[in-house]
Design a binder for this molecule. Structure first.
Ligand code: ARG
Length: 457
């Protein structure tokens, strides 16, 4: 195809340079937004008497025809076109003639691409928000089931204090709720229309930017034309929000990998989300979780590349910015793919509560509660802490647990001990007594579930 911009230059490009310059492989997914934007532009130009009503009608009908032909598979996007804007405009002119050549009045690809990208990403945010909500729903459902399944809570990956599987899963639902907030917040700031900024310096035509923005569902228009065409903050903000989603998915994945190992055996992953080994017949591998953990770096990379791409760019548009779409699209694609497998993997995994309880019983996770028992009898916490530590060491040496240590052994350490201590260090009691707000009791977890379910309603 001849270059849209041939005139001053011949447009006869070196083949490799032409391909290097091309963005159609990446931006053809914005065809819908490009057409919607052009329809609104033609309507605005007609309303302002820049275009005749007949020309505008021909343009709108032509654009609608292009879209329906693409949807019907009757028109293929030309992979040799320079970019999607070029393809749509050239196809339009080929179909409707002269009026097609008038569409690009009071517009530049610089404001056009910024417009298309914002509109396209609006849709992507909606999809990802939907996927996040599904994950939150699954976490709530599973947490409800597991709100009484006692397991060790960890610090330093050492058994620490009793929690439940339900409490643990709800921690991830809380992370997802912040992710959701970040995405919708960034989307709000993104919903500002750049169209009408033109190449960089606005236009001499009597355009109505507010009207055009309104047709396209924007809340406002960019106030400064140089900023309007060169702002890619929204890509960075979204990539940052997506990076944090990946951080959270990666941490969850790591836990699923640990929990499904022979060493933990807290959960069994469904066969539908596991793979086998080509050599070791006994293997069941958590590949989905590992891939999610592994893909986290890609999204961080997209964020870093976006930031680096923008750093040091003079105003206004520079071709460097064509890189934005490949990066932010990849980030969305990756996050959506990870959410799409993580949610049902969480939804279908089998809990193994007996193993959780066995782990909870073996790790002295009631030691804090034993110290607290002594504090209840009047001993200062620091003294109780030390004495309890000695008892744990004694149990470890004898190969026993605090629950099985006889009362005489306790009383040899302190007269404050009596038979009530066994009640105080019973694992279930240790859990049920942690009634502080946000804690691990089933009631507290239920409250958390309610909050999240309210949020995603
Ligand atoms: N394909 C370009 C991009 O993605 C469109 C804008 C081109 N503008 C220009 N002045 N060359 O950024």
């Amino acid at each position: 195809m001849p270059k849209l911009w041939s005139g001053m230059t011949s447009g006869a490009m070196d083949e490799a340079a032409e391909d290097f310059n091309r963005s159609i492989r990446v931006d053809s997914r914005m065809v819908r937004e490009d057409i919607a934007g052009s329809i609104a532009h033609a309507k605005m130009l007609a309303a302002q008497a820049v275009l005749s009503p007949e020309d505008a009608e021909a343009i709108v009908a032509g654009l609608e025809g292009i879209l329906s032909d693409i949807d019907a598979g009757a028109l293929q996007i030309d992979p040799e076109a320079e970019d999607i804007h070029t393809f749509v405009e050239q196809t339009l002119t080929a179909r409707v003639g002269e009026p097609g050549k008038r569409l690009h009045t009071a517009r530049s690809r610089n404001d056009q691409v910024a417009l298309d990208t914002r509109m396209y990403l609006r849709g992507r945010v909606e999809t990802t928000v939907g996927l996040l909500k599904e994950l939150m729903r699954a976490l709530c459902d599973r947490a409800e089931e597991a709100k009484s399944m006692v397991m060790p809570g960890y610090t330093h990956l050492q058994r620490a204090q009793p929690v439940t599987m339900g409490h643990h899963l709800m921690a991830y639902a809380m992370m997802a709720s912040r992710d959701l907030g970040r995405l919708t917040d960034a989307a709000k700031r993104m919903n500002v229309s750049p169209i009408g900024c033109c190449a960089l310096a606005g236009t001499t035509y009597p355009t109505d930017r507010q009207y055009e923005a309104g047709l396209l569902g924007f809340d406002a228009v960019a106030e400064n034309s140089l900023d309007g065409v060169s702002d890619r903050d929204f890509c960075v903000e979204l990539a940052a929000a997506l990076s944090l989603i990946m951080t959270h998915l990666s941490r969850l994945s790591e836990e699923l990998i640990l929990w499904s190992s022979w060493e933990f055996k807290f959960v069994r992953l469904s066969d539908a989300y596991s793979t086998g080994s080509s050599i070791m017949p006994q293997k069941k591998n958590p590949d989905m979780a590992e891939l999610t953990r592994g893909k986290t770096g890609r999204v961080y990379g997209d964020l870093m590349a976006l930031l680096t791409m923008l750093k040091g760019l003079p105003l206004a548009y520079n071709k460097d910015m064509q890189e934005d779409k490949e990066l932010i699209f990849d980030a969305f694609d990756t996050v959506d793919a990870c959410l799409t497998v993580t949610t049902p993997m969480v939804g279908t995994m089998t809990f193994l509560p007996d193993n959780m309880r066995r782990a909870a019983a073996a790790g002295f996770i009631n030691a804090t509660d034993l110290a607290d028992f002594l504090v209840g009898k009047g001993m200062p916490f620091r003294t109780a802490y030390k004495l309890t530590g000695e008892l744990v060491a004694e149990c470890t040496a004898k190969g026993t647990t605090l629950e099985d240590l006889p009362l005489e052994a306790y009383r040899a350490k302190s007269e404050l001990f009596d038979a009530d201590l066994y009640d105080a260090i019973n694992i279930d009691n240790c859990l049920l007594r942690r009634t502080s707000y946000g804690g691990p009791t089933p009631e507290s977890v239920e409250r958390q579930i309610k909050i999240i379910r309210e949020l995603i309603k």
